[in-house]
Design a protein around this ligand. Structure first.
Ligand SMILES: Nc1ncnc2c1ncn2[C@@H]1O[C@H](COP(=O)(O)OP(=O)(O)OP(=O)(O)O)[C@@H](O)[C@H]1O
Length: 343
């Protein structure tokens, strides 16, 4: 049975300035143990969707099922109990600034009625898990962004949730700290079996950690599936744009993209790092006696697997472009037009 099912979900905000359809007929299925990314540009509806997953926001239409139980059917008390199974972390950590790290982690346990001794024992364990045993007496203002997010993760895990919702949890962090937090989330997923939902606007986050992804635009899911599949063969314009931005963020990638000679047709190829890719390109050149520019070549971590990505450019006056593409396809490489990936 799926851990989370989103069925025909719509959310409309009404205010004196008019109505906003933040979600339109969203359908998703998230399996137990998935790390599921939800990605899209600003305003796409990501936060609204994740807030509907624990009914912080009530949908206008549709259902949210957690392990087959519809959240809409719960009483207030039942919903509060159900929410203990769904932890959440945020971009700005939302810690209690007047309380120590230890007391921040104890807080949800006190709300559940746990005694101080029991709560503290659990909090010590969690602080050890997130690598902050030495900071239990510190206050949030004395911590770095990455450490604050570790406290927030420990606090979210205090009620033994089955699901952890992460709303732009790494957006306020530098790339190195982002990687260490993603690493921690991966450990939590694999060691504790917690299903993780990650809201982000960065493809690099999805690439590094997620098994599945849903891509949102204007309140709708425009594409969803395995990250490896979407990274290799994105279909929607939004997916292509997010992949292009991901590449352009790397200094080498940007430089190469800016320096390209806009001449012949360009294609994008994604391949396994250890595939026999180079001989194919060398043989292509030897077979057709034509130069082929390699505009960009990169290796990316896609769900822990190294994937090669290349953008090739054929000569402007080439009469062999179609034959060369056929040659590459016949050798098992899947290729696509690269117009969406270069500026
Ligand atoms: N409480 C609210 N009242 C009215 N409109 C809202 C409310 N919350 C969100 N919206 C609108 O709903 C749409 C989706 O917003 P949402 O915050 O879910 O998008 P997002 O993809 O998370 O964006 P961002 O990445 O900028 O946080 C936007 O047009 C937003 O202005």
């Amino acid at each position: 049975m799926s851990e989370i099912v989103i069925e025909k979900l719509s959310k409309t905000y009404r205010s004196k300035d008019g109505t906003v359809e933040a979600l339109k007929n969203v359908n998703l299925s998230i399996e137990s143990g998935d790390i599921y990314g939800i990605i899209g540009m600003s305003g796409a509806g990501k936060s609204t969707l994740v807030r509907c997953m624990n009914f912080l926001e009530r949908p206008t239409e549709g259902r949210v099922l957690i392990k087959g139980k519809s959240l809409g059917d719960f009483s207030k008390k039942g919903l509060r109990k159900q929410r203990e199974e769904i932890g959440m972390i945020f971009q700005h950590f939302n810690l209690l600034m007047q309380k120590s790290v230890l007391e921040n982690v104890c807080f949800p346990l006190y709300i559940q009625g746990k005694r101080k001794k029991e709560a503290r024992k659990k909090a010590y364990e969690l602080l050890k898990l997130v690598g902050l045993s030495d900071k239990e007496q510190a206050y949030p203002s004395q911590l770095s962004g990455g450490q604050k997010q570790r406290v927030a993760i420990a606090r979210a895990l205090a009620s033994n949730p089955k699901i952890l919702l992460c709303d732009e949890a790494t957006s306020a962090l530098d790339p190195q700290t982002t990687s260490s937090i993603l690493e921690l989330l991966k450990e939590i997923n694999s060691q504790m079996g917690i299903t993780i939902v990650i809201i982000t606007h960065q493809m690099s986050v999805v690439r590094e950690i997620c098994s599945h992804v849903a891509i949102m635009k204007d309140g709708e899911v425009v594409e969803q599936g395995l990250v490896t599949e979407i990274f290799s063969h994105p279909k929607s314009a939004v997916a292509k744009e997010l992949i292009r931005k991901d590449s352009a963020q790397e200094p080498m990638g940007r430089q190469t993209v800016q320096n390209i000679i806009q001449s012949g047709e360009q294609i994008r190829i994604v391949f396994s790092e250890n595939s026999a890719f180079e001989p194919v390109i060398a043989n292509l050149i030897l077979t057709f006696h034509e130069p082929v520019n390699i505009l960009k070549a990169d290796t990316k971590n896609v769900g822990g697997v190294a994937k090669g990505e290349m953008i090739l450019e054929f000569s402007k006056d080439s009469k062999n472009t179609e034959a060369m593409k056929r040659y590459l396809r016949e050798r098992g490489l899947e290729i696509e037009e690269a117009v969406d990936y270069v500026d």
